[in-house]
Design a protein around this ligand. Structure first.
Ligand SMILES: NC(=O)c1ccc[n+]([C@@H]2O[C@H](COP(=O)([O-])OP(=O)(O)OC[C@H]3O[C@@H](n4cnc5c(N)ncnc54)[C@H](OP(=O)(O)O)[C@@H]3O)[C@@H](O)[C@H]2O)c1
Length: 238
């Protein structure tokens, strides 16, 4: 059975949990990783009750020991690895504490290095695999009041591109998905209900649509690889 490791899994109606569900339906045993045991256990339970295979592993993406233990638990063969961890970190530069900036970078960039490195250490000798990263509008441009987030997501994108060029010849397909706008999931609908009302359903990106993008990248044959796709609603001003 093929194996996937997905880190950055939160509520059921969130990108991380839905990536886990879809790749389990695609027939992979999914190692569901995140910081909150109740959330990752719920995601793994939901997969198992639908007949799929899943194992929940508590891991903080910014901890080298946790990321190493996660891949050790997943076994010798990992076919798909997805780095989905990421927090939006708004704030004006002149008001920003140094620690806040650093924590943003740790989750949105450094964790991607730790996770990508461990995935590549497994995939390179096995001769292939797929390593995907979740990006945001912030991956492509700086924006006032989002300097911490823009800089860390932009760095993650460049890191992913370096990995793609360094390990493509070893058979590892590295890809990056730019989620360009608010996702129609729990983070926005539950966390910012007034904002969600203002956007309406048509103004929030469909999680299923984003997951389709990841599946598209995963299925690509080595003679026709895409590094990056972007996904936005028809209403997005970009
Ligand atoms: N939500 C949006 O509108 C939006 C828009 C564009 C891009 N994105 C990107 O999409 C991805 C998923 O975002 P989402 O909002 O839909 O959330 P989600 O996929 O539902 O959940 C992601 C989960 O990652 C976990 N996480 C955060 N830091 C972590 C860490 N250090 N180690 C392990 N897990 C960690 C968080 O759970 P815990 O707090 O329980 O650990 C969070 O719930 C992120 O990369 C985000 O930047 C989101």
């Amino acid at each position: 059975m093929k194996t996937a490791v997905i880190i950055g899994v939160g509520p059921k109606l969130g990108l991380g949990a839905q990536l886990c569900e879809r790749f389990a339906k695609e027939g992979l045993h999914v190692f569901v990783a995140g910081r909150t045991p109740a959330q990752i256990e719920a995601a793994a339970d939901s997969i198992r009750s639908a007949g799929g295979q899943a194992t929940a592993i508590a891991a903080d993406a910014t901890s080298e020991a946790d990321v190493k233990a996660l891949f050790a638990a997943a076994g010798d063969q990992v076919d798909l690895a997805i780095y989905n961890a990421g927090n939006n970190t708004p704030g004006r530069i002149i008001d920003m504490e140094a620690d806040y900036f650093e924590q943003s970078w740790r989750v949105c960039c450094f964790g991607g290095f730790l996770f990508g490195r461990e995935a590549l250490r497994l995939m390179t000798p096995q001769g292939g695999g797929t390593l995907l990263f979740t990006g945001a509008s912030a991956s492509l441009r700086g924006r006032a009041r989002f300097g911490a987030f823009n800089s860390s997501k932009g760095a993650l994108r460049n890191l992913a591109q370096a990995m793609a060029k360094e390990y493509g010849p070893h058979g590892v397909h590295v890809g990056h998905v730019v989620v360009d706008g608010p996702i129609g999931g729990d983070k926005i609908i539950q966390g910012f209900p007034e904002y969600a009302d203002k956007l309406g359903e048509a103004g929030m990106i469909s999680i299923d649509g984003i997951v389709d993008g990841f599946v598209y990248l995963y299925r690509q044959p080595p003679r026709a690889w895409t590094f990056e796709i972007d996904v936005r609603t028809a209403l997005e001003k970009w």
